[in-house]
Design a protein. Structure first.
Length: 73
């Protein structure tokens, strides 16, 4: 999800990454682990649920919980 000059990226490991993307490359600004992956795929745990965004928050879920994290600031 693009936000200004940064992007919010959600990983299958349950991390939220804020990064800058340009033709010169990838620059990770910050990373936060939001939830544990609970689905088994190819011998490893993953979270393949798409995040939702509303009111300056990200909502992510796995098979057991729903997490809301603020994206303000």
């Amino acid at each position: 999800m693009k936000n200004g000059d940064r992007y919010f990226l959600s990983t299958e490991a349950g991390d939220l990454i804020i990064a800058k993307l340009s033709p010169k490359g990838y620059e990770e600004v910050s990373r936060a682990h939001l939830l544990e992956p609970t689905t088994e795929a190819q011998g490893r745990k993953v979270d393949w649920s798409h995040p939702a965004y509303a009111d300056k928050c990200i909502f992510v879920r796995n098979d057991t919980e729903l997490v809301c994290a603020s994206l303000a600031q």
